[in-house]
Design a protein around this ligand. Structure first.
Ligand code: NOJ
Length: 561
């Protein structure tokens, strides 16, 4: 068919990736903070799980305003995490187990404590002044009414020079000026330096923010609001591809770096520019439509109506397009999002069943699957009791700003209960012992109280656990190239209750069929679904010929004739 393109076989397409949020993975020295030695101790577990690509959220030296996404030194490791020797050891030890590393490339901004920024702010005529984005105020106020991602103005006043600098995220994360070629050269040299260490590449943070609207226009703010979201003028702006293509040419391609772009704001039509096999800039792309469908874009703590039909439509749109262009990084969770079983499944009576169903649904799509730490044991959202238990800067600022505007605290807490990034950041639940085996000290963030029931040790013992189901999925994908390279087609597109698709490759066919609800669905009504294939995997032991039971997932295969 002309809407699909034969794609080259690549090791990273066949990989299974895992994301570690180092602060919450494993503490080895009792300070309550996860660290590199902790990760090294757990490599055998990752090997047992079956992954071969590891994305580490930032471990660089940082004042930790945004948990490491504010880098003070790209060539240093934060003391709390260990040393550069530990990092080298991690790369080597992972390598021995067939696991390659992706570092987090945070190139849109640095920390305000980075030497470049300190020099930049030191004087108006500093040689590094232009490395960041400085503007004089307007009528005694900020240069524009842009609002940063964590609330409040995107401009921070600097007393010393009497000018403002721009930050898309927190004021401690000043944006680098990508228009300046010296900045870009330094960043490429840094990429090179890390590639020399033997890593496979990078997850590329906030990369669609690097180009700003050169007019620096005033924006229209919603009634009652002083500011308007910066995304309109800083996300995927015209001209961004010149920067990205240069970075590919000068830094990524020569080193064969594997890249997964965090690319919010990229419309489907543009997927080819970002991840086409020949012309695209990156190797894989994360899109966010399926995890952000519950909130009003650019809104402040406002939910919108959504259902599982919207969830599957959001995913399938990109799946269908990826038959032609590019390669997706598949995910349900990461450190910026809540736990998938709590959001898309059922974290009550059907917890394990729905966690397995969701796993089967996304894992066998077209792309490279990423598992976020704890997802493989079905970790759930955490019952935070008060605002004092939250740690995330975005959540804390939101609470502060919205309650200051008069919104009831209960309302904002209700929002955070369903949306805070901290749900994905509670410590990894290793066992039923104190603090879930994460630390012998006091954890930096609360451990989810359900750790006695949900933990790795229990999951390892139980043949029927979520973890074992993930292991089976991984084995299945490793065994069958058709699950890697097969084309994707939607089935039961109109159903609100059932998610289904097929993968086809070289005469082989697979069908994945999932019940998104806690009710049984009659199979007779699913006329599009052929049920005569070999049943290869399910989250139920037996087979029911007539119904798809609550949260049931079925995977069928038809061999090549
Ligand atoms: C995206 C990261 O995933 C998030 O955690 C961070 O706050 C922002 N980029 C800013 O770096």
């Amino acid at each position: 068919m002309n809407d699909r393109k034969e794609q080259k076989q690549k090791w990273w397409k066949e990989s299974i990736a895992y994301q570690i949020y180092p602060r919450s993975f494993q503490d080895s020295n009792g300070d309550g903070i996860g660290d590199l030695r902790g990760i090294i101790e757990r490599l055998d577990y990752l090997q047992y799980l079956g992954i071969d690509l590891l994305w580490l959220s930032p471990v660089y030296d940082s004042p930790n305003d945004d948990n490491g996404y504010d880098i003070r030194d790209y060539h240093g490791i934060l003391d709390e995490y260990g040393t550069m020797e530990d990092m080298d050891e991690l790369i080597a030890e992972a390598g021995k187990r067939g696991i390659r590393l992706l570092m987090d490339l945070v190139a849109n901004h640095t920390s305000d404590e980075h030497a470049w920024f300190i020099e930049s702010r030191s004087a108006k005529d500093s040689p590094k002044r232009d490395w960041y984005i400085w503007r004089p105020g307007k009528d005694g106020k900020e240069p524009t009414n842009w609002e940063c991602g964590f609330g409040g103005s995107a401009w921070e006043y600097d007393e010393q020079s009497g000018e403002y600098f721009l930050h898309c995220f927190s004021p401690k994360q000043p944006d680098l000026n990508w228009e300046n070629p010296e900045v870009r050269r330094e960043l490429y040299a840094m990429i090179d330096w890390w590639m020399d260490k033997g890593i496979a590449g990078f997850r590329v943070d906030a990369i669609t923010y690097i180009k700003k609207n050169p007019q620096f226009p005033q924006l229209e703010a919603e009634p009652g609001r002083d500011f308007a979201p910066i995304e309109k003028v800083s996300l995927n702006q015209e001209g961004i591809l010149d920067f990205l293509r240069e970075m590919k040419r000068e830094a990524l391609e020569p080193r064969g770096a594997i890249t997964v772009a965090e690319a919010p704001g990229v419309p489907l039509e543009q997927i080819g520019d970002f991840v086409d096999e020949t012309d695209g800039v990156f190797t894989m792309l994360f899109q966010f439509n399926h995890v952000d469908l519950d909130i009003k874009p650019g809104g402040k703590a406002e939910f919108v109506d959504w259902d599982m039909k919207k969830f599957k439509d959001a995913l399938s749109l990109w799946q269908q397009e990826s038959n032609r262009h590019g390669w997706m990084g598949l995910f349900l969770e990461n450190h910026d999002h809540v736990r998938s079983v709590s959001k898309f499944g059922n974290d009550g009576p059907y917890r394990d069943l729905s966690a397995k169903m969701l796993a089967a649904y996304y894992f066998l799509m077209r792309g490279t699957p990423f598992i976020y730490q704890g997802q493989e044991i079905g970790m759930t959202n955490c019952p935070f009791d008060s605002i004092h238990e939250y740690r995330d800067i975005g959540s804390l600022n939101l609470f502060r700003d919205e309650t200051a505007k008069g919104r009831p605290a209960e309302e904002i807490l209700g929002y955070l209960g369903k949306r805070s990034r901290d749900h994905g950041r509670t410590p990894m639940q290793w066992n039923g012992e104190r603090e879930a085996g994460f630390t012998s000290g006091t954890p930096w963030i609360k451990v989810n109280p359900n750790y006695r029931e949900i933990n790795v040790a229990e999951n390892m013992k139980n043949e029927d656990s979520v973890l074992q189901f993930y292991r089976r999925l991984i084995a299945l994908r490793r065994e069958h190239r058709s699950l890697v390279y097969g084309y994707y087609d939607d089935l039961c597109k109109e159903s609100k209750e059932v998610g289904a698709y097929q993968r086809t490759y070289n005469g082989e066919r697979w069908v994945v069929l999932c019940n998104f609800t806690g009710r049984s669905v009659s199979l007779q009504q699913l006329t599009e679904i052929p049920l005569d294939g070999e049943r290869v995997l399910s989250n139920y032991e037996d087979r029911d010929q007539n119904t798809l039971r609550p949260y049931e997932a079925l995977v069928f295969r038809w061999r090549r004739k």
